[in-house]
Design a protein around this ligand. Structure first.
Ligand code: AMP
Length: 288
């Protein structure tokens, strides 16, 4: 891939003017929203976007409205220069790195909230989180005017919530999901993995290990979703530093709870390991 220095844009109006020009020239724009501290998971989405559009915008914005009051907003890793280098290597044309005031001008009072889909799974553990996500994503869409936006399946509920927002508001943007990228031992990549101690890092493997064991049983014919979820919970709770928040099986599209595996479903988990909240999931394909 040829290396271009991305243009770094900090202002919404500048990005909108750029997007208008690109659209007028008939070029397709892809957006990859991120909070920075980029790892291979993010970069895989940027590569996917590269193949879907003529111009790729990656946004880097640590969005305060999606963090709870006791969460890690203050210590969330920030490494803009290194992130720009990583994106340059993929040929991303624009890095949008706005200030807080640029995304949330003082005095703003508009939120976007998707109901229903946000009630379960991570919703109760992170009150206000999805409202923060949909609000910032809508604002990023308004700034970058993308034809297509790419999100990771690692944040499975987020992906479905964004899809619903786009559907309900009839936003003219295609949402594409990219597969979860994992470390060699299976741990889903996350900017938060950097918080883990060596012991925590080693025990964090249990999330993915439990999901894989359950999926193997499902593929072998097990249909009882509650049983599979319980196995995953037990596997994770064998680890002394791990505390499960939820293990659930949900319909892959609607996120409705599933009891018997008779349709495409997602097996999703959230656990606090060594003080760090981690999530992971696997899709259980419909088997005949
Ligand atoms: P974040 O910076 O954590 O807000 O993530 C930005 C985007 O990258 C979201 O769409 C995430 O779902 C996606 N993402 C995060 N981790 C991974 C991963 N391990 N594999 C694929 N996508 C990921």
């Amino acid at each position: 891939m040829s290396r271009t220095e991305p243009r770094i844009v900090e202002r919404v109006d500048e990005l909108q003017r750029w997007a208008d020009r690109e659209r007028a020239a008939g070029r397709r724009i892809a957006l990859v929203p991120t909070m920075g501290a980029l790892h291979e998971g993010h970069l895989s989405l940027a590569r996917l976007a590269r193949g879907l559009a003529d111009r790729v915008v990656a946004s880097i914005f640590v969005n305060p409205t999606q963090f709870g009051p006791t969460e890690d907003l203050e210590c969330y890793p920030r490494e803009l220069d290194a992130d720009v280098e990583r994106l340059a290597a993929i040929g991303v044309e624009v890095v949008f790195a706005p200030s807080l005031e640029e995304i949330y001008p003082p005095g703003d009072s508009t939120w976007i909230e998707v109901e229903g889909l946000t009630d379960g799974m991570c919703g109760p553990f992170r009150p206000g989180h999805f409202r923060g996500v949909t609000t910032v994503v809508a604002r990023l869409f308004h700034a970058a005017k993308p034809h297509v936006a790419v999100f990771g399946e690692k944040d499975y509920q987020q992906l479905q919530v964004v899809r619903r927002m786009v559907r309900d508001l009839r936003l003219d943007v295609e949402i594409v999901g990219g597969p979860t990228v994992r470390e060699a031992d299976g741990l889903a990549m996350s900017s938060r993995n950097a918080y883990l101690s060596p012991e925590g890092r080693s025990q964090a493997r249990a999330l993915c290990a439990g999901l894989l064991e359950a999926r193997a049983l499902a593929q072998a014919g097990e249909r009882d979703a509650g049983y599979l979820a319980e196995l995953v919970r037990e596997r994770i709770e064998k680890e002394p530093l791990a505390e499960v928040q939820y293990v659930e099986v949900r319909d892959a599209a609607t996120l409705e709870p599933v009891e018997r595996l008779n349709r495409r479903a997602v097996l999703a988990v959230a656990a606090v390991v060594d003080g760090t909240r981690l999530i992971d999931n696997l899709v259980l394909e419909e088997t005949p």
